[in-house]
Ligand binder design. Structure first.
Ligand code: CA
Ligand code: CA
Length: 292
C-alpha cells in the first residue's frame, strides 16, 4: 500500500471524504501536478508548433515543386525600373556578350486546338535553339497557333541595348531552295514591366517577305550539336532585334504574337495542331546581370 503522502493525485480524487488537512495536502500535490502538467503541455505545444512549421515548409516546398504551372496571363511582379526608357536597372551590370536565353514564361495563350510541343513546356523554349539548317525546320518548338501569344521573361540576364543587335528569336522557318522561306511570322514586342509594350514593325498583310521585322522568317542554324553560336547573328540564323530601334535601353519581357493569319493560305493551315508561329528559343546577345 502506498504512503498517503506519496499517494497519487488520482487516489486523492477517489477519496470522497477528506479531512481539511488531508484535503490541503492533496490540493498541494494537485497544484504541483497542475503546474508540472501545464509546463509539460506548454513544452508539448511548443514542440508541435515547431514541428508544424517545419512540416508546412516541407509541404509547401513539395507543392511548389510538383504543382503544375498555370500559363494563363498573370500579373508581373513589381519592379522599380518599370519605365520603358529606363537605363541600367539598379543592381545590374553588363555581362559578357552572349548572355543566355529566356528564363521564364509570364503567360502563354495558344490558339484553341493547338497543342504541338506543350508536353515539354516550358523547358523546350527556355534553352538554346535546336536549329536544323536551311532546308529543315526544328521540331524542338512550341506552337502558338494563328493569333496565339506568349510572353517570356528575362531577369538573369535581362536584355540590354548594347552595340548592334541585342537578342535573337528562333522559330523553325526553312528554305528548301535557299530563296525566301516557309515563314510563320509573328510580331515581337518588348517591355520592362509586362504591361507597357513597344513593338517591332510586323504586318505580313502589307509587306512581303521578310515581312519587315516579324520573327519566324529566317531559318535557324545554331544548335548545341553543331556548336554554331546562338549569339552571333552572322552565323546563328533566326530573326535579330536591336532595342535601339525602339528607343528602349533594357527589356525584361519579350512578347510574341502570331501574325500568320495574314498570309494567303492561312485559312488552310490555321486548323492544324501545330499552326502558327513555332517558338524554339530566344538568345540574349547583350546581357544585364544582377551584380554578383
Ligand atoms: Ca542594341
Ligand atoms: Ca507552326
Amino acid at each position: 500500500m502506498k504512503d498517503k503522502r506519496q499517494g497519487s493525485q488520482e487516489r486523492c480524487w477517489r477519496r470522497r471524504v477528506l479531512s481539511y488537512g488531508r484535503w490541503s495536502r492533496c490540493f498541494g500535490l494537485f497544484a504541483i501536478f497542475v503546474v508540472l502538467w501545464g509546463l509539460g503541455g506548454a513544452a508539448c505545444v511548443g514542440g508541435v508548433a515547431q514541428e508544424s512549421v517545419v512540416g508546412d515548409a516541407t509541404e509547401r516546398g513539395t507543392e511548389a515543386a510538383s504543382e503544375p504551372q498555370a500559363w494563363g496571363p498573370k500579373e508581373p511582379t513589381a519592379w522599380e525600373g518599370s519605365d520603358l526608357d529606363a537605363g541600367i536597372p539598379e543592381g545590374y551590370v553588363w555581362g559578357e556578350a552572349g548572355g543566355g536565353f529566356a528564363q521564364g514564361v509570364l503567360s502563354f495563350s495558344p490558339t484553341s486546338g493547338v497543342s504541338y510541343g506543350q508536353e515539354d513546356f516550358p523547358s523546350k523554349i527556355l534553352g538554346p535553339p535546336q536549329g536544323s539548317g536551311l532546308g529543315k525546320g526544328s521540331l524542338d518548338v512550341v506552337s502558338l497557333g494563328c493569333d496565339g501569344e506568349i510572353i517570356l521573361e528575362f531577369l538573369d540576364p535581362m536584355i540590354g541595348d548594347g552595340p548592334g543587335p541585342d537578342f535573337i528569336v528562333f522559330e523553325n522557318a526553312f528554305s528548301p531552295n535557299g530563296v525566301g522561306s516557309f515563314a510563320e511570322p509573328a510580331e515581337v514586342s518588348v517591355s520592362v514591366d509586362g504591361k507597357n509594350w513597344r513593338a517591332f514593325p510586323c504586318d505580313p498583310k502589307s509587306t512581303s517577305w521578310p515581312y519587315a521585322q516579324c520573327a519566324g522568317v529566317r531559318p535557324v542554324f545554331s544548335s548545341p550539336e553543331n556548336g554554331i553560336s546562338p549569339y552571333d547573328p552572322s552565323v546563328s540564323g533566326g530573326d535579330v532585334y536591336d532595342l535601339r530601334d525602339l528607343g528602349v535601353s533594357v527589356a525584361r519581357f519579350v512578347r510574341i504574337r502570331d501574325r500568320s493569319r495574314a498570309l494567303p493560305d492561312a485559312a488552310r493551315w490555321c486548323q492544324a495542331h501545330n499552326a502558327g508561329f513555332d517558338l524554339d528559343a530566344i538568345s540574349v546577345i547583350w546581357p544585364y546581370r544582377p551584380k554578383p
